[in-house]
Design a protein around this ligand. Structure first.
Ligand code: FE2
Ligand code: FE2
Length: 494
């Protein structure tokens, strides 16, 4: 089955000169040689661009563990200070409104949709114990094949819950990190120290992750994806520590370890490129987002309204036929009493057309788009409304999905019922668990069946592992066959 995980490839995918085009060209099951070499060239350019930036890593790798512990302590202190500030009545530091937070979730989607991808190229070294900690990080990013723990699937679920899909059309700057991560994932042979250095930077627990999780929760947005990263990336036993172990084990005992360390620092610096958490949050402009959203909607909307209602001398279809006049249209709606800004949105006739199952425009706007309109209309009144941890203030009352509902959504995204991994490392047994014989045959199982017969045809463990590696590619691991392959790979590796 083609699950709905795979991002549809926009037209720009053919253009390997843009971060967005490169991103989608590398986010293919088996990227073309042209895409792979464009990825290498992109990496080379970005490494050159960051070479002169300061690097916060210690000068010697031996100091790395102490350095990591100091970083973690600083982040902990800063977070405690943030909590004190909030307790004393300070407003949220990141998200003024719920739509601001949803904008953030959508804007970082290109990066989150390839979570872990930079480590993909290390999987083929599964037989080399030095890379075990880093391969374990990759498998944990994939939830060891459990759809409820696969980070990419979890993020897709979060986006779907809040109507934040459509990120494929974002501007190039939002694809810089994702393109870099994919290029590293397909460039490990040439850029091994850089991959390890990038991983080190990515897996450190940042302050913004803690604050984001706190404020999302406050706005009624399930912070699980972010809290999961706080726990799995923890510096005591989690990815941050494994990342340091990965560095120490990969450092060459013979040869030029200085230049290895230098290149590792260069890879570390790549984390600062492109749109990051803080810049995305600062970039948000509610007026602009509302206008851009309505302009995009106007394409379809300009043909479907009846002409009986005129606003400011024009029919709705006429207004929508000229997307660059959306601001004027909004001003006309306000001037003619359809919108009452800085009041609860329920006071606006326009809002009442949108919200509620009997509303005339029910279903026209996604949850995110409704939230944008809600917060734009509410204006000051939304900013001053009191925040409550369960998010009741945020306007759109939506029941939080139950645990079972969340599970069903994950299953739908992954295209299969959740079957958790079993323990047993034997090759024969592992392969028999990949065989869907006995399951009612249907089109939904075809990819899993194809994987099972592919695995059966392999002569030995090495060939089986290599077949599985192909299925763990960034574009495939969150599909039903990819999840199954991840479970098998983890068991056979373990
Ligand atoms: Fe992750
Ligand atoms: Fe991680």
């Amino acid at each position: 089955m083609m699950s709905d995980f795979r991002p549809h490839t926009p037209d720009a995918a053919g253009d390997l000169t843009t971060p967005r085009g490169l991103y989608f060209a590398l986010l293919q099951p088996d990227p073309s040689p042209e895409a792979r070499s464009a990825g290498q060239a992109y990496l080379a350019r970005q490494l050159e661009a960051t070479a002169s930036l300061p690097c916060e890593l210690p000068e010697q790798p031996e100091a790395l563990m102490t350095w990591m512990d100091q970083q973690a302590a600083q982040v902990g202190d800063a977070y405690q200070a943030y909590l004190e500030e909030r307790k004393a009545g300070a407003p949220r530091r990141y998200f003024q409104t719920k739509s601001h937070a949803l904008y953030f979730l959508k804007s970082v989607a290109p990066t989150k949709a390839v979570d872990g991808a930079w480590l993909y190229g290390l999987l083929q070294r599964w037989n080399d114990a030095r890379f075990y900690p880093l391969i374990r990080i990759y498998l944990e990013e994939l939830g060891d094949g459990d759809p409820e723990k696969n980070h990419v699937l979890l993020y897709k679920k979060l986006l779907a819950t809040h109507g934040c899909e459509g990120w494929e059309q974002l501007d190039d700057s939002f694809f810089v990190q994702g393109a870099l991560q994919l290029a590293l994932g397909y460039g490990a042979d040439q850029y091994l120290p850089e991959v390890i250095g990038f991983n080190l930077g990515y897996e450190m627990l940042p302050l913004h992750l803690l604050i984001t999780a706190y404020e999302l929760n406050e706005l009624g947005i399930d912070p699980y994806y972010f809290t999961l990263h706080i726990t799995v990336d923890n510096p005591s036993t989690g990815h941050a520590r494994k990342a340091v172990q990965g560095v120490m084990e990969a450092l060459p005992l013979l040869g030029d370890s200085d230049s290895f360390w230098q290149r590792l620092c260069n890879g570390y610096r790549l984390n600062s490129l492109g749109a990051g958490t803080c810049s995305v949050i600062e970039h948000f402009n509610l007026d602009q987002e509302v206008v851009a959203m309505l302009a995009a909607k106007s394409e379809a909307g300009r043909y479907v309204h009846s002409d009986y209602c005129r606003i400011g001398g024009h029919t709705v279809n006429e207004w929508l036929a000229t997307p660059d006049r959306i601001s004027e249209f909004l001003a006309a709606l306000e001037a003619h009493g359809w919108i009452r800004r800085n009041q609860p949105p329920e006071n606006s006739r326009f809002w009442r057309l949108i919200e509620g199952e009997r509303a005339e425009m029910f279903g026209v706007f996604t949850a995110y788009e409704q939230q944008l309109l809600h917060d734009w209309i509410a204006g000051e009144s939304a900013l001053h409304a009191e925040a409550r941890p369960n998010g009741e203030r945020s306007g759109l009352r939506k029941r939080q999905p139950t645990f079972r509902a969340k599970q069903r959504m994950l299953e739908r995204l992954a295209g299969q019922p959740n079957r958790s991994a079993h323990r047993s490392p034997g090759l024969a047994e592992a392969l028999s668990s990949a065989n869907p014989e006995g399951m009612p045959g249907s089109d939904f199982d075809s990819e899993e069946a194809a994987l099972a017969s592919q695995l059966k045809a392999q002569p030995d463990r090495e060939a089986v592992m290599n077949t599985l590696v192909a299925q763990l590619a960034p574009a495939l691991h969150a599909t039903p066959a990819g999840l199954k392959a991840t479970q098998l790979f983890a068991r056979l590796l373990g």
